[in-house]
Design a protein around this ligand. Structure first.
Ligand code: NAD
Length: 497
């Protein structure tokens, strides 16, 4: 059985802790590996290494850092099939979807290649007579990332390429459910020429997370995961004087207007609700059917949900793979049971599918609820599985009110042929990422990713321009080179003349 260890100072290391966690293949349900669960000491060792590496790395010209990142991009492309298979075997999602998520991570690496341009400062000649002033952005030091199970390559790649391009060093704590590809990504970065100690991976659970939050040498923490843990990270990182961005859970609504192209809306919803078995923070888990479109929408969705091809991720014909663990499968099934009890109409029930040859895999079929009401727990809480709830709304105003009243504000979209309605939606909705006739409005790498309300604690979104701001601090210099003129002491607040 394979043992997944840590990556510190340019090599795989076993660390001091002997605790381990189990790694399953969700498609078969069998345990295929063990991951080391690091200790506080293991984390502190990695931070010391990263702190030492910072001096030299931060002094390297941005163009020299960019050249290494260019090589890294090529290596990731070359090893894309290998990394994709690692994602499939530990997460369960289907191959093409896993590959797409790796490509989305790679796009951040591509964006990071342009770091010399992004770090350019601002300059003003003569802010006062013969006085110049300029602002520059400098790296922070050691930064840390804590990531969720659902995007084992993409989400870490939202963080470390940006932090490292900016001149920081980095310690990543990946999800303990699917940690393998993080180690491979670290090895490839080293192969691209990254100096030892700049990028480190410490596997583990709460113990490593708490060690990150209390380590005095970590300057900034990036987190992606569920809302209760995001809040915990935000509060504790701030208490320990760190910069923090903590992205949390979601309940994304897709508004289906009566004038929309129904085929487009249904196909969009199918991918957005059931792709990656609903284990996406940008999954659309609520469809808001406006006016009289509800019956047609549900009938059309039901046919497609029943026809979903469910199977192992490496089977090219599978459209939807298993869930990540048995516990998660039980949790999702529990929510479907709850929805029935709460009085929603279960139009398609995927709870009892049997997979021939994969009887122990963590599979559930697509589930579709209709007539879900806003006081039901299946409406209020994040299920994170292939369960779509249809809510009926009288009109556009009621639909937007539902979204604005919800505690989460990660993503949302609207299907309509009316430009005025689309624009008003984008303008008024209290959500961080909005799609108009786009089912999963994940911003590309050169824009920034982040939600509103309880989907993000902190000020800066991830990657893109906000990523550069998060991983750098601003310094402003005011300078004069007087020659010959001697000035007298001035005791008043200086003003520019
Ligand atoms: P999670 O919150 O359980 O775990 C995330 C990370 O926190 C993991 O590295 C885990 O080891 C650590 N962790 C878990 N419990 C902890 C505890 N008690 N104390 C300290 N650390 C702890 O999330 P998950 O189940 O891995 O991922 C799914 C969640 O992530 C969903 O809620 C999903 O919406 C969210 N997510 C959000 C985004 C986003 O961009 N907003 C993106 C992807 C996933």
């Amino acid at each position: 059985m394979k043992l997944i260890e840590h990556f510190v100072n340019g090599k795989i290391t076993s660390g001091k802790s002997n605790r381990t966690g189990k790694i399953f293949n969700p498609a078969t349900g069998s345990q295929e590996g063990e991951v080391k669960l690091g200790s506080k000491e293991d984390l502190n060792t990695a931070v010391e290494v990263a702190k030492k590496a910072f001096n030299e790395w931060s002094a390297k010209p941005p163009i020299a850092r960019a050249r290494i990142i260019f090589k890294y991009k090529e290596l990731i492309e070359k090893h894309s099939d290998e990394i994709t298979k690692m994602i499939v075997s530990e997460h369960g999602k289907v191959y093409e979807d896993a590959k797409g998520s790796l490509t989305r991570g790679l796009e951040v690496v591509e964006f990071a290649c342009g770091i010399p341009q992004m770090l350019k400062g601002e300059f003003t000649e003569n802010v006062g007579t013969n006085i110049d002033s300029w602002s520059m952005r400098q790296p922070l030091g050691v930064c840390a990332g804590i990531t969720p199970f659902n995007f084992p390559a993409m989400v870490p790649m939202w963080m470390f390429p940006m932090a490292i391009a900016c001149g920081n060093t980095f310690v990543l704590k990946p999800s303990e459910k699917d940690p393998s590809c993080s180690l491979r990504l670290a090895e490839l970065f080293r192969e691209a020429g990254l100096p030892d100690g700049v990028f480190n991976v410490v596997n583990g659970d709460k113990e490593v997370v708490d060690a990150i939050l209390t380590n005095k040498d970590i300057q900034a923490v990036s987190f992606v995961g569920s809302t209760p843990i995001a809040k915990y990270i935000y509060e504790n990182a701030a208490k320990n004087e760190k910069r923090v961005q903590a992205l949390g859970g979601a309940k994304n609504h897709c508004v289906v207007m009566p004038d929309c192209d129904l085929d487009q809306a249904v196909n969009g919803l199918m991918g957005a609700a059931y792709g990656s078995a609903g284990e996406r923070c940008m999954a659309q888990s609520v469809a808001v059917a406006v006016g009289n479109i509800g019956d047609k929408l549900v009938a059309s969705l039901a046919k497609k949900v029943e026809a979903l091809k469910i199977g192992p991720g490496l089977d090219k014909t599978s459209e939807m793979g298993p869930l990540v663990t048995k516990e998660h499968l039980e949790k999702v099934k529990g929510y479907v049971d709850l929805g029935v009890k709460e009085g929603a109409k279960l139009v398609v029930d995927g709870r009892n599918i049997k997979m021939q040859g994969y009887e122990n895999g963590f599979y559930i079929g697509g589930c579709l609820f209709d007539h879900v009401k806003k006081d039901m727990r299946i409406y209020k809480e994040e299920i994170f599985g292939p369960v779509l709830s249809v809510v009926r709304a009288r009109d556009f105003e009621e639909a937007t009110q539902l979204i604005n009243d919800h505690e989460y504000g990660n993503g949302t979209s609207i299907y309509t042929r009316d430009g005025d309605v689309g624009r008003t939606f984008a303008n008024k909705i209290k959500v961080g990422m909005v799609g108009i006739n786009i089912p999963i409005p994940v911003p590309v790498a050169f824009h920034s990713f982040g939600g509103w309300k309880r989907s993000l604690f902190g000020d800066q979104h991830m990657h893109g321009p906000e990523g550069v701001r998060f991983y750098t601090k601003l310094k402003t210099v005011t300078s004069r080179w007087p020659s010959g003129v001697r000035s007298n002491p001035e005791f008043i607040m200086p003003t520019m003349k």
